[in-house]
Design a binder for this molecule. Sequence first.
Ligand code: IPM
Ligand code: MN
Length: 352
Amino acid sequence: MRLSIAKLPGDGIGPEVVEQASKVVDTVCSRFGHEVEWTFGYVGACAIAKFGDPYPERTHAVCMASDAVLFGAVGDPKYDNDPSSKVRPEQGLLAIRKSLGLYANLRPVETFKSLAERSPLKTELVDGADFLCVRELTGGMYFGEKGLRDGGDTAFDTCVYSRFEVERILRLAFEYARRRRKHLTVVDKANVMETSRLWRAVAKEMEPEYPDVAVDYMFVDNAAMQLIRCPKFFDVIVTENTFGDILTDEASCVSGSMGLLASASVGEHTSLFEPIHGSYPQAAGKNIANPVASILSAAMMFEYAFGFMEEGRAIREAVAASIESGVVTEDLGGGCSTSEVGDWISDKIIRK
Ligand code: IPM
Ligand code: MN
């Protein structure tokens, strides 16, 4: 089959990890007989530098015309340290999510046996943990009305959710739970927030449609504790945008490194695949970043965008083999470079 993929490396370590992931995609395509056509797009700080816009129209056109988007990371310390900046790299990522209608971000958390000791948590707690975070991605505080008043002395970000938005993400989460261990945890702050009460009410209304799924409700502060106290409790977690952002960084501790967690953003138009980590500017250009999160995002791309489960499995097996063989970057205590890990995984897929 002919696959057309948009390549949006972005900033920081984005280009380095996406280079490894695209190499792996090329290898998988040659092994399985697919033709792949890459189209590059600028996004983030590099797009601001070139076009004055973190998500230029031409990049949007590339994404819309592609079957999938492979995304790296956006961000630059220059903007982090300048709160007065009107235009920011992160706006590019928010714009891409909004304009492609990517309302669901799927972040699976798995553990690798040989890495259980890398987790800051006790081995017996994390060993065998396996859950999926379903993060709502185009609503909540990220997109609600925001601004300044009182001459800049008061700032506000509004958390808004409509029933429609809540129901569609919950439905997706129920469906994933149904295909997994049939346990859904709805995470909210319904003891305080009106939006959370709407989430909880809608979830309760939907429960009878999924009699095979056991549902529990957890306040987000408690969920943050339970995630590291007993990660094996969870199967599918569904939550709103900001809570999901925070909880999934926390959840990466279960796997042992941020550099391992992949994600798929799906919705109305072209799906996008990106690591959950950021642009990690301190490591940019040093060939030390862990490419596995990006490579596993490519595996998710085969599975979710193309329905090619075997291709996805080939990538996952090669990644697992690299980890078991100690071919890992420094975040996992190894001595390999970004490109060495990518080359090893790529070779493994061919050798198979
Ligand atoms: C993520 C990132 C983004 C987010 C940033 C870069 C806007 O942290 O994908 O988790 O907050 O969603
Ligand atoms: Mn985040």
